[in-house]
Write a protein that binds this ligand. Structure first.
Ligand code: MBD
Ligand code: FE
Length: 283
């Protein structure tokens, strides 16, 4: 791929994602992990690596290639990208064992807190000439008994019609296709945006190089990201996909679930509308 304004480099998005992660981590409350737990988990991870080396008869040349690649992942700021694409789905799967309500999915590397707050019926911030099929995403937030949740908000972000995220692609204005929508007192919301494109992992960085070297593909199906939260309820981090879309059955990040696929209806005027209800469980 040639470098143009429309194709931000891997190092731009990687550096921004690493910085966004550091800020979020600084502002989060974390608990100490005991030496016992660190030893158990890291011991298992290393044992898995040792097994792979033995069973695949990994050579010195391959070991040194891996070391060079790991160094590049750090230098390119791609640890958030690599870990969220190849590891987070299993962390989410384990977390989901203890969760009811709407299914979750991975957060990914491109969440940004503190976006513009919007009333229940709103358009997300976008460029005046924003490309892509207009999409209205509407629904309700309810509790596990079906009652409307009061004070719910939908923190939503997604890629544009070229598959790029604001805040991580220098050619995009900050804050577009992101917002925190406040549902009304019946838990209803109606969000105007554009249909996102599938996301392709940057091919010019180390994660893309690995995918290419392994003969895999670098695509995620088109998706909306959401964190749905309300006072007294457990927040849900999830993603919604689009039926019939490319890569739905082969997401490189393995983060799709059948319950999370929208079937938007054509409105006859070139726009799409999709409804989805969220179910929150008590905190
Ligand atoms: C994405 O847009 C994404 O959602 C994830 C999980 C990883 C990389 C890019
Ligand atoms: Fe994404």
């Amino acid at each position: 791929m040639t470098m143009t304004e429309q194709s931000p480099s891997a190092v731009d998005s990687g550096t921004s994602a690493t910085e966004a992660f550091r800020v979020a981590r600084r502002e989060s409350t974390t608990t100490d992990i005991s030496p016992q737990r660190v030893g158990d988990v890291v011991g298992s991870v290393l044992a898995g690596i040792h097994d792979a080396i033995r069973s695949r008869e990994v050579t010195y040349d391959e070991f040194q290639a891996a070391k060079a690649w790991l160094i590049e992942v750090g230098e390119g700021g791609e640890w958030p990208l690599f870990l969220d694409v190849f590891v987070e789905h299993t962390v989410e799967e384990v977390a989901a064992r203890a969760q009811r309500g709407t299914k979750g999915s991975i957060l990914g590397p491109y969440y940004l807190p503190g976006q513009v707050r919007l009333p229940s019926t709103s358009k997300l911030p976008m460029r005046p000439d924003e490309k892509g099929t207009p999409l209205v995403f509407a629904g309700r937030v309810r509790d596990v008994d079906g009652n409307p949740v009061v004070g719910a908000e939908l923190d939503i972000w997604h890629a544009d019609d070229d598959g790029y995220y604001s805040g991580f692609a220098p050619h995009l204005p900050d804050g577009i296709l992101r917002g925190v929508v406040e549902a009304d007192t019946d838990g209803r919301f109606e969000i105007g945006t554009v249909q996102p494109a599938p996301y392709r992992i940057p091919t010019d960085g180390p994660t893309g190089a690995l995918i290419e070297a392994a003969g895999w593909h670098p695509w995620r199906p088109a998706h909306l990201h959401l964190v749905v939260r309300a006072p007294g309820f457990r927040s849900i981090t999830t993603q919604l996909y689009f039926s019939g879309g490319d890569w739905l059955d082969s997401d490189v990040a393995q983060a799709t679930k059948p319950e999370l696929v929208l079937a938007p209806q054509s409105q006859g005027d070139g726009t799409l509308r999709s409804e989805y209800d969220f179910v929150l469980e008590p905190a």
